[in-house]
Design a protein around this ligand. Structure first.
Ligand code: E4P
Length: 220
């Protein structure tokens, strides 16, 4: 399963990419609004660092506006994937941009029916939001299970990009279900590294080694 960072922070991206576990980035207007500077320059820098798919979202809500913004975003770098919201105009723009050869991520997906339609119009990625479903007491991972099942019956090229993840278990469950990608806030990616037994085990290995070296030095 591929792992994307859900962030517009160059600092976080520069910290995590060198670990070798990151395959791409997702941004959205809320995330980019938190950053200082020109959003096009930020997106270009992100593309240069990650050298993988970088989702950049349109803010227009009508078809013509989405097409104009989508084409403009795609010019920033070859790694840009244009993100459109799941609306009627968004679905139409997904079809038109995909037909032009631009990769599209259909976002704000909350039902299996929406995911089916996104695949039918050639979305490169479909982004179901699991955390926001959990927030309203609806099991988000059940949606992933249903989309994986539906897509398994057909030859869609659309990849399932699990979004709005809140903790490590979303990532583990997504991988168990066979989702293609998980996008996660930097803190969630960081949490995947943690296990107390790893820390305890390493401490003991190093202490035993030090003790043996000290004993050897004493005999010399
Ligand atoms: C996905 O592409 C979105 O940017 C993101 O996952 C939304 O997450 P949130 O629900 O934590 O805002």
């Amino acid at each position: 399963m591929k792992l994307f960072i859900d962030s517009g922070s160059l600092k976080d991206i520069q910290t995590l990419v060198p670990l070798g576990i990151i395959d791409g980035i997702t941004t959205n207007p809320s995330l980019l609004a938190k950053e200082q500077g020109n959003y096009r320059e930020i997106l270009k820098k992100i593309c240069d660092i990650v050298q993988g798919p970088v989702s950049a979202e349109v803010v227009a809500t009508d078809f013509d506006g989405m097409m104009r913004e989508g084409r403009d975003l795609a010019k920033i770098d070859e790694h840009i994937v244009v993100k459109v919201p799941f609306t009627r105009d968004g679905v139409k723009a997904c079809k038109a941009l995909s037909d032009e050869g631009t990769r599209v991520n259909v976002t704000l997906v909350f039902s299996p029916a929406q995911a089916l339609l996104a695949a039918k119009v050639g979305a490169t990625f479909v982004s179901p939001f699991v955390g926001r479903l959990d927030d309203i007491a609806t099991p988000g991972m059940q949606l992933i299970h249903e989309i994986v099942e539906i897509y398994s019956h057909y030859e869609f090229a659309t990849e399932i990009l699990v979004a709005s993840t809140r903790g490590p278990m979303h990532i583990v469950e997504a991988a168990r279900m066979g989702a293609d990608i998980c996008t996660c806030p930097p803190a969630v990616i960081d949490s995947l590294f943690n296990h107390p037994l790893t820390d305890i085990g390493l401490k003991k290995f190093l202490a035993d080694w030090e003790k043996a070296q000290a004993a050897l030095a004493g005999k010399a």
